[in-house]
Design a protein around this ligand. Structure first.
Ligand code: URA
Length: 434
């Protein structure tokens, strides 16, 4: 077998066999296939697609490309959550400690930023000293003692996905259904949780722009999970505007802290309660989602969720004092308001463009090994349906370079659309697939 033939086969619309997929993933993991050939294969898959059988085989091959975590030493039903990626999506930062505050073992594997979307691991690194490269022993010990651990992908866990994730990020090959499904589900299968709740985003800021594509992706992932014996549900949620107001690593951490302290934006809280109640029911902590949501809401109000968050930051090497005083987190040198040049109701926010403005400011990677600037980003002061007068501030840009600040301001003004009539607002939760 050789990679050249497989690339050409896929390019011409062929279906890769189980044996070919297993060979390709093994050889790529072992560094026998170079990135340039794998990039060509990824691009061919973007154009030609994969069948359900190929997607399932790719998922299994990537899940088995390294160790399969054995979490049997963790007491109770372990749950994990994963998002397909969005703009301003700081959900896991609130959700994981909140669900853990009910005593649910949250054993979470998270990723770094991908394309125009952010990643939980990058966000958590806003805390000085915070470690996400936990050993399996540390991971298990933390879940057993404080009910929560969030780790990045180690070199041993689904290493094929780790390599492909970084490659897709910089080669424009992220937004393909089979590649997303296999990337997410390979990690989830390898990381050994019993229950998985998926947040499948749809809209301009998501990789799946249409509801029908998001639904197909959700169904594909639920199906792969069920075949592997996991209890999986998927929530389809709106990403036609950023979630909450903050976009950018440390800015999002600050908004997550507000939410854990009982404040925060309404949409973020609604999504957290929807996903969290499914997780709590899977873990047997509530009989139904209504009961679970009430328990979760009271732990946001009574401070238990924030207490777990601080214990979690400490357990992974960070300073919980930075959670108490978020002004100590990374802060950009320039913070400037952007003033509207138009009047009317905000009818549309080009959400992918908001994510790209954050990348322009330095909040994401352009190359596999780029350093990211944790302090930069955007705070949206106005969202869809809000009325804005000419000259009113609609956003604040946080930047560390005057040139990038000016370009970001111009692009941000173009990312907003206005109408005379108040637009109809889409529901945040668009469906749940069990
Ligand atoms: N999250 C992942 O882990 N992989 C993807 O491909 C997209 C989102």
């Amino acid at each position: 077998m050789n990679m050249y033939d497989l690339i050409v086969k896929k390019k011409r619309g062929g279906e890769l066999t189980d044996k070919e997929i297993r060979w390709m993933i093994r050889e790529y993991t072992d560094e026998n296939i170079p990135d340039y050939q794998m990039s060509a294969m990824m691009m061919a898959i973007c154009f030609v697609g994969m069948t359900d059988e190929e997607t399932k085989e790719l998922t299994l091959a990537m899940a088995h490309s390294g160790d399969m975590l054995n979490l049997s030493e963790i007491h109770g039903i372990k749950v994990d959550k994963h998002s397909t990626g969005g703009v301003g999506d700081k959900t896991s930062l609130v959700l994981a400690p909140l669900v853990a505050s009910l005593g649910v073992p949250v054993a979470k594997m998270s990723g770094r930023g991908l394309g125009h979307t952010g990643g939980t691991i990058d966000k958590l690194e806003s805390f000085a000293g915070f470690r996400t490269n936990l050993t399996t022993e540390e991971f298990i010990r933390n879940v057993n003692t404080i009910h929560i651990a969030i780790a990045g992908q180690t070199a041993d866990l689904a290493p094929a996905d780790k390599k492909l994730y970084a490659l897709r990020d910089v080669t424009g090959t992220v937004d393909q259904m089979s590649l997303i499904a296999s990337s997410i589900m390979s990690k989830k299968l390898a990381s050994g949780s019993d229950g998985i709740v998926l947040d499948v985003k749809t809209g301009d800021g998501a990789f799946m722009k249409s509801y029908s594509d998001a639904k197909a992706l959700a169904a594909e992932m639920v199906n792969i999970g069920k075949l592997a014996g996991k209890d999986v549900s998927a929530v389809i949620s709106d990403m036609d505007q950023p979630l909450g107001n903050a976009v950018g690593n440390a800015l999002e951490v600050k908004e997550a802290i507000d939410t854990l302290r009982g404040g925060g934006p309404r949409d973020l809280k609604e999504l957290v309660l929807t996903l969290g109640s499914l997780m709590a029911v899977k873990a047997g902590k509530a009989e139904n989602t209504e009961q679970a949501a009430a328990l979760l809401e009271s732990n946001l109000k009574n401070g238990r969720a924030f207490q777990v968050f601080k214990e979690f930051i400490r357990a992974q090497g960070g300073d919980p004092g930075e959670a108490e005083q978020p002004e100590l987190l990374p802060r950009a040198e320039y913070q400037e308001e952007v003033y509207s040049e138009k009047e009317g109701y905000v009818s549309n926010i080009h959400t992918e463009e908001i994510g790209r403005i954050c990348l322009l400011l330095g909040g994401g990677r352009e190359k596999k090994d780029s350093e990211i600037d944790l302090a930069v980003g955007v705070i949206l002061l106005r969202k869809k349906g809000d009325f804005v007068c000419t000259g009113e501030p609609i956003a604040v840009i946080h930047a560390n370079s005057p040139e990038k600040l000016n370009e970001a301001k111009e692009r941000l003004l173009q990312a907003y659309e206005f109408s005379e009539e108040k637009p109809l607002l889409e529901p945040l939760i668009k469906g749940i697939i069990e």
